[in-house]
Design a binder for this molecule. Structure first.
Ligand code: XMP
Length: 594
């Protein structure tokens, strides 16, 4: 199958945000492909004949190339370089952070360490330098049209130009060959200063020949650089990061204004590609997927079931007894509705609760749960008697890879080791080249979209994240069957209410919140119920907003909602005597309590 999608090729030099660039381009409705930064750029690849995405399909025309950031420096050996042919293609290039430094270095400019790293929100001033005219470009032997491309690129910085103007104006212009809508881009760049997001320890100290500086950071370093003759653009900051003002507009200005891409990428196409490649890779072999009950593994399950005959697909789910209310039933129903034939549900509540007896230390609890999870999993997989050729599928997301691979925190690594990465089964399958992780280029909200397209129950698709060790990390102190039962009830009341209540924007509170749950504190407090003294447990409610769980803000409930929910919980869950609301953001607190 050959697809002719307009493609942005991303050369990955190892930045943590490379996948985010790909994701933003997809959000703009344009197909993007990420390959290692130093990959050879053969004619064949550039003509799209060998270019493959996770879907295994061939790509269409490459309209532009983005050189990503990197943790390395261009002047060290570790700093990888692109195939020099990238500079002879005549295809627009956008260098982001290291990508810009790379272009500068490769073209004979200078890059040196900064005395102090620039990190976080930094103001950028766009300078009133008019781009060179077509005649100037022509005189110096450059490609005609770069002045126009420069104008179009700079529209991304102009606060008078909306994202819609850029995406619709430029992509329509690209289709009809009409002149661009850049009349609104003021020659003097009236209001083009903005707050960018940076993370760099090196800076340009001399531009390469032919480049001109269009923007500087408040500290005076080059932030926006454009070549006068070639369609080469460079940004010292990261437009792909949400905190970067005008980030999407700048990327859109490159993708539509400079590269002339059409908006033709959809999740449906991506899904078809994923199915193709899964089908080719797994063939007639059986595949085993370990289902956690969360969105990711359920969507991975749906994808397998929609791709392969149901009798090839084995799904294994472990009820640890530490699940949310009705969790096992919901997952079972959702998977059966998707046509699951081999759904192995392991009921291991007693084993887990026995192992947790007497344990109070959070890390000790996590370790016991993680180890037991792995040993039961090994035992049960062996019991299934699947052949050696069996594939192991995982619902790994891109953010899981960042967390485990780059080791953002100790707990982040534990997330992976608990669920899959550290298990001997996964190690053995990885060694044998029999692991499939079809969602590993997607972010959680993209997985939700994919899940809806695949027909996964909305209740599962919209479900908030849930940690592998389950309620055990929401019961500080010793975990008992009774405490699990109380917490399950209280949590269900809280969550049901969030689903019923609407925010000022008309959405349910549940959908507005990224993750909400209750925590059963190891404290009892005195109260009254009727005429009687009550000595009930204290419950903490937690609700946060977040993009990916790495940072989080407290959800600012209207106080009426909180008061009513509190009353409802204490009235319906007999053992709860008092309710508090956790008002800690992450950092410094984590989302879970343990
Ligand atoms: P923290 O508490 O580290 O949580 O701020 C960030 C996100 O990760 C989830 N989480 C886990 N997920 N296994 C998981 O699968 C774990 O051990 C684990 N610990 C935390 C947490 O619910 C939040 O969404």
């Amino acid at each position: 199958m050959r697809f002719n999608l307009d493609t942005i090729l991303i050369l990955d030099f190892g930045s943590q945000t490379t996948q985010l660039i790909g994701r933003r381009i997809r959000e703009l409705g344009v197909y993007s492909e990420i390959i290692p930064g130093d990959s050879p750029l053969s004619e064949e690849l550039l003509s799209g004949k060998t270019l493959t995405d996770t879907g295994g399909r061939t790509g269409g025309g490459i309209r532009g190339v983005i050189l990503s950031g990197s943790p390395e420096s261009v002047y060290t050996e570790a700093g990888a370089a692109p195939d020099p042919r990238v500079y002879r293609l005549g295809i627009p290039l956008l260098g982001i952070c290291y990508g810009l430094q790379r272009m500068t270095w490769d073209q004979g400019g200078c890059v040196d360490p900064l005395p102090k790293r620039e990190y976080g929100a930094i103001g950028v001033k766009i300078r009133a330098v008019p781009p060179c005219t077509e005649q100037e470009a022509g005189r110096s032997g450059g490609h005609a049209g770069n002045a126009e491309k420069t104008q179009r690129f700079l529209a991304g910085f102009d606060k008078a130009v909306s994202l819609q103007d850029i995406t619709e104006g430029f992509s329509a212009a690209a289709k009809t060959d009409n002149p661009p809508v850049s009349d609104s881009v003021p020659a003097e760049y009236r209001d083009c200063s903005f707050t960018a997001w940076m993370s760099h320890g090196d800076t340009l100290t001399r531009l390469a020949d032919g480049f001109r500086e269009y923007g500087t950071s408040v500290s005076g370093y080059s932030a926006v650089v454009i070549h006068e003759e070639e369609p080469w653009f460079g940004l010292q900051f990261h437009p792909e990061v949400t905190h970067c003002e005008r980030g999407m507009e700048i990327l859109a200005a490159f993708v539509f204004g400079v590269c002339g891409c059409k908006r033709e990428w959809t999740m449906e196409q991506y899904m078809e590609g994923l199915k193709d490649s899964l089908f080719k890779r797994i063939g007639a072999n059986p595949v085993l997927l370990l289902i956690s009950g969360g969105v990711d593994s359920t969507v991975a399950g749906a994808l397998l079931l929609k791709t392969l005959p149901a009798d090839q697909v084995h799904l294994m789910y472990m009820d640890t007894g530490l699940m949310r209310k009705n969790e096992t039933e919901t997952v079972k129903t959702a998977l059966e509705r998707l046509g699951a034939e081999h759904l192995h549900i392991i009921h291991a509540e007693t084993e887990f609760l026995d192992a947790l007896k007497g344990l109070e230390d959070p890390e000790a609890k996590r370790k016991v749960i993680g180890d037991l999870f792995i040993s039961i999993q090994e035992r049960e997989v062996a019991r299934l008697g699947l052949p050696e050729t069996c594939f192991l599928a995982q619902g790994t997301l891109y953010t899981d890879l960042i967390e485990s691979g780059k080791g953002i925190g100790k707990k982040a690594r534990l997330i992976k080791s608990h669920h899959n990465v550290g298990s001997p089964l996964v190690d053995a399958k990885r060694k044998a080249g029999r692991i499939v992780e079809p969602l590993d280029r997607l972010y959680k909200d993209e997985v939700r979209v994919l899940g809806s397209i695949l027909g996964v129950d909305e209740e599962v698709v919209r479900r908030h994240p849930f940690p592998g060790p389950g309620l055990a990390v929401r019961i500080p102190g010793e975990v008992t069957r009774e405490k699990c039962a109380i917490l399950r009830e209280a949590d269900a009341v809280f969550i049901d209410e969030l689903k019923k209540r609407r925010s000022a924007h008309g959405r349910s509170l549940y959908d507005e919140i990224w993750q909400a749950f209750a925590v059963l504190l190891p404290i009892r407090s005195v109260g009254v119920a009727g005429d009687e003294r009550k000595y009930g447990w204290v419950l903490a409610l937690r609700a946060i907003t977040s993009a990916d769980g790495m940072t989080a803000d407290v959800y600012p409930f209207p106080s009426r909602d909180l008061l009513e929910i509190s009353t409802l919980i204490t009235n319906t869950v007999r053992d709860i005597g008092r309710v508090t609301y956790d008002i800690s953001s992450k950092p410094p607190a984590t989302i879970e309590w343990e």
